[in-house]
Design a protein around this ligand. Structure first.
Ligand SMILES: Nc1ncnc2c1ncn2[C@@H]1O[C@H](COP(=O)(O)OP(=O)(O)O)[C@@H](O)[C@H]1O
Ligand SMILES: [Mg+2]
Length: 329
């Protein structure tokens, strides 16, 4: 089965900036692709090309089975787009915003009203439905923007940095909403600067840098390439270090070429690459305890987007901070 989203060799130049330098993507139907990359990597440009807002200089794209360059109108009718900069009208209420979108899609007034109510409920905005969007918090605006993209039932959705600038609680809420959406069978392409977000939401992750996809795979595969997750243990007694290392080695992720358990004798520290996160950590603590090995410290070190970038490109990604500050203004 062909992907719900396919792009081949997308190139887009702005003056002397090569925003896209041959982007290839494929998103199988019903799955989520996370387009992960730092500021300026080309994420928004990719989304704009795939959603007909921008014409690539070169390359081709098919979305929902329709050629994007040949039939942009038909593509537009099959997709939903939730933008990095919300397409919400500040001076309309939440309800009016959603009804307006329905009318743009030529729904009957009654149907548009019913759909608006349904979405306001689903996105926890019912209580604020009759307030102007101007009075909404950042999180509420994002949810309204997302709801607006779902007024008609698009088989393919694009979300450009849906949670950038949100606080952790709002980010979590939005993740839940997105997960619900995807469990309903929607194909989703999502851009993000956060590995953690791609990790939570995406089946597959494509890492973009300087207009190119530089790596693609599941989150575990990408993490493994960066050295992956590690458990670090500091034992209390130096004489326990070998027993503890042997125990930890059982949990070590082998065959990744990343090396196995390492012991730093003088620090009483053992490090082992793992996959399985917090659950595994609890198990290791129980086993060490059962063996009577006292520990001074134990922790899970997860690779960050910076680690992934450093390992893939040899240069540090620009921090996500700047964009957060931007969005917070
Ligand atoms: N309309 C535009 N005019 C000029 N340069 C642009 C335009 N849109 C994007 N760019 C440039 O293209 C590159 C990729 O931008 P963008 O796709 O917005 O990246 P991202 O969304 O990953 O932050 C950046 O260098 C950006 O400055
Ligand atoms: Mg962007």
């Amino acid at each position: 089965m062909p992907g719900a989203i396919q792009a081949e060799g997308l190139v887009k130049t702005f003056g002397d900036v090569k925003a896209l330098d041959g982007v290839d993507l494929e998103v199988p139907e019903g799955t989520v692709l996370g387009l992960l990359g730092p500021n300026g990597a080309g994420k928004t440009t990719t989304v704009r090309c795939l959603t007909t807002l921008l014409r690539p200089d070169r390359g081709r794209a098919v979305v929902a089975g329709i050629d994007v360059l040949k039939h942009p109108d038909a593509v537009r009718r099959s997709i939903g787009l939730s933008g990095q900069f919300a397409a919400v009208d500040e001076y309309l209420t939440g309800r009016e915003n959603l009804q307006m979108v329905g009318q743009l899609y030529q729904m009957r007034a009654k149907a548009a009203r019913a759909r608006a109510d349904e979405l306001l409920e689903q996105f926890h905005l019912a209580d604020a439905a009759d307030r102007t969007a101007k009075t909404y918090s950042g999180g509420m605006r994002r949810r309204l923007d997302l709801a607006a993209a779902l007024v008609v039932h698009p088989p393919v959705m694009f979300m450009d940095e849906p949670t950038t600038g949100l606080d952790p609680r709002n980010r979590q809420q939005l993740w839940d909403v997105i997960k619900d959406l995807v469990s309903g069978g929607t194909t989703l392409l999502l851009t993000t600067q956060y590995l953690e977000e791609a990790d939570h939401l995406a089946h597959d992750i494509a890492v973009v840098d300087q207009g190119k996809v530089i790596a693609q795979g599941t989150s575990d595969q990408l993490k493994a390439r960066t050295g992956g997750e590690r458990v670090e243990v500091v034992v209390h007694d130096r004489e326990h270090i070998r027993t503890a290392a042997a125990l930890l080695d059982k949990y070590s992720l082998r065959g990744t070429g990343q090396g196995d358990t390492t012991v730093e004798e003088h620090m009483r520290k053992i490090t082992t690459p793992v996959s399985g996160g917090a659950k595994l950590l609890a198990e290791i603590i129980r086993e060490l305890d059962a063996d009577g090995i006292e520990i001074d410290d134990i922790g899970l070190r997860r690779p960050t987007l910076d680690d992934v970038f450093l390992s893939l490109t040899g240069h540090v990604a620009e921090s996500a901070q700047s964009d957060d500050e931007e969005a917070a203004k």
